[in-house]
Design a protein around this ligand. Structure first.
Ligand code: GAP
Length: 515
């Protein structure tokens, strides 16, 4: 199965089993907006809990808040979003399709990478065992030519974006002979800037002054509350404020399912430090956040860092945690050293002093900030992509199983009476009652036991408890494990302990690197 097929199947599976639906589907959907169904919302809530607790419970110097989506419009002037939160756009005159100019160039670079990999693969086949890949990459003329051109274009794009030189960006597109994927032509317009913030009006006035924005990031709700939290919580630097909430961006290139949405959710944490110590804290947070991802157990090779060449206007260091999605390595989280840009600007724009008196040094200063910012939806997609597995079983049967880490699986336990009579349903219901206060438990008595196992595999339930006739006499049940399909007989009275051990989030937390 190609990665493209896998991705298509994953999208279909997410809908069929109640994880993710297109928004307002009965009206043919709304582009880049999605709804979470009965399974999706459980998975999403578990991911949020994993993040929230990893921040606020594992660190006694991090607290949470929940700020409003609407903020005073001056906030977005201070943050730089009104002036600089833009994407460079280009239209193809023949297809009338609009593209992000930088994405067109990035896709061109990815095609050069593919060409290089093809050259390497061809040579590997030709030379067999004797193939020295490193030497080939550093000497083969075609590979060197492709790499040099790619690097030249990359540097030109970084310079064009940094200097906001839209004409230079257009020249790169023309120079690389990039064609529109729809019309196949190179009939491009000029490149223009397009602000990504959604606007709406607050109150009754129809025009002008009452414009407010739907926040494009949750971070600013933390910055404007810095003093409130610091004072009321008597927080001492270094400390962090965490928040989970919706953000909105009028994305031009909206595709790849829930990877790039117009309404999405972020989990952000701003960590306030003494000026001059920010790079040390940045490096620490980079490692802590990578370990949070890797603790999910999908394989360390599925993650990598991507350090930024082009820094955002507020940053003096930045990296992305990238995950290997079916469509390639892409960002799931950003870790940024945001300097004192945000607090400093809010101080300037609001006219209110935003400073911290450091009792250790005896000085007052505007703190520096390390931000960790991760998309909830991209994490859901990461989990689903890594978990989706098709398996051939002995006897020729097939199953689709979501190998979601037990601690974040939507349903933890399914309780299944072998038959719908002889008192087995009553025993099964008692087990549900015993477990339901601590876990999300499903009861299912319909269809054969095999079909019921398949249904639970398809939504990623780690444990199935089967009640059979022997259960009535011996007060034991079988537990069937999703991944191995192994079954074991255990006393009913032991179930709360056994389930807790297998699905506890503690197993994930213990793998996270301490700060
Ligand atoms: N406060 C910093 C900030 O917002 P960002 O890199 O623009 O930084 C952070 O966004 C994270 O939010 C990304 O790593 C991604 O996971 C998520 N994200 C951003 N735009 C998104 C979109 N349109 N759809 C889904 N997730 C998005």
């Amino acid at each position: 199965m190609t990665q493209e097929e896998l991705f298509r199947k994953l999208i279909a599976h997410s809908k069929e089993y109640g994880f993710i639906f297109p928004s307002s589907e009965i009206y043919d959907g709304l582009s880049a907006v999605y709804d979470y169904g009965q399974m999706g919302v459980e998975l999403k809530n578990n991911i949020k809990k994993y993040w929230w607790d990893a921040m606020t419970k594992l660190h006694d110097n991090i607290v949470g808040i929940d700020a409003a989506i609407f903020m005073h419009p001056r906030t977005w002037e201070a943050s730089g979003h009104v002036g600089a939160f833009n994407d460079p756009l280009i239209d193809n005159r023949d297809s009338k399709k609009r593209y992000r100019a930088d994405v067109l160039v990035e896709e061109w670079m990815a095609r050069q990478d593919e060409k290089i990999e093809k050259e390497v693969e061809k040579a590997r086949k030709r030379f067999g065992e004797a193939f020295d890949e490193a030497q080939f990459r550093s000497t083969a003329p075609r590979v060197l030519e492709l790499s040099a051109r790619r690097e030249q274009v990359r540097l030109a794009m970084v310079a064009a974006l940094t200097d906001n030189d839209l004409e230079a960006l257009r020249r790169i597109i023309v120079g690389c002979e990039i064609v529109c994927p729809i019309s196949g032509t190179r009939n491009w317009t000029e490149v223009r800037q397009f602000n990504l913030m959604f606007e709406t009006r607050m109150g009754a006035a129809a025009h002008g002054a009452n414009i407010v924005y739907l926040r494009p990031e949750t971070a600013q709700g933390i910055f404007v509350n810095f003093l409130n939290v610091q004072k009321t919580g008597r927080m001492k630097i270094p400390f962090g404020i965490a928040q989970i909430g919706k953000a909105f961006r009028n994305e031009i290139v909206a595709r790849q399912f829930i990877f790039r949405m117009r309404e999405f959710e972020q989990m952000e944490m701003q960590f306030f430090v003494r000026p001059g110590q920010e790079i040390d804290w940045f490096n620490r947070w980079r490692e802590v956040r990578m370990s949070w991802h890797r603790a999910l157990g999908f394989g360390d090779e599925k993650y990598r860092f991507h350090d930024h060449d082009k820094l955002a206007h507020y940053a003096n260091a930045a990296t992305d945690v990238e995950f290997q999605f079916p469509f390639g390595f892409k960002e799931v989280e950003g870790v940024h050293s945001r300097t004192d840009f945000d607090l400093g600007n809010h101080q300037k724009f609001s006219g209110k002093k935003i400073q911290y008196f450091d009792p250790e040094s005896g000085e007052s200063y505007v703190p520096y900030v390390i931000e960790t910012s991760i998309g909830v939806d991209r994490t859901v997609l990461q989990v689903l992509s890594a978990a989706y597995t098709e398996e051939k079983l002995d006897g020729g049967e097939e199953r689709v199983v979501l190998r979601i880490p037990a601690a974040i699986a939507p349903v933890k336990v399914a309780v299944l009476p072998l038959v719908k009579k002889d008192g087995l349903p009553e025993v099964a219901r008692n087990i549900v009652d015993m477990l339901k206060f601590d876990h999300n438990v499903q009861y299912d008595e319909k269809d054969s036991i095999g079909k019921r196992y398949r249904r639970q595999d398809a939504i990623g339930t780690p444990l199935c408890i089967t009640v059979d006739h022997e259960s009535l006499e011996s007060r034991t049940v079988t537990i069937r494990h999703r991944d191995t399909m192994a079954q074991e007989r255990v006393p009913m009275a032991e179930l709360p302990r056994i389930v807790e051990e297998l699905v506890s989030m503690r197993r994930l937390f213990e793998r996270i690197k301490p700060l």
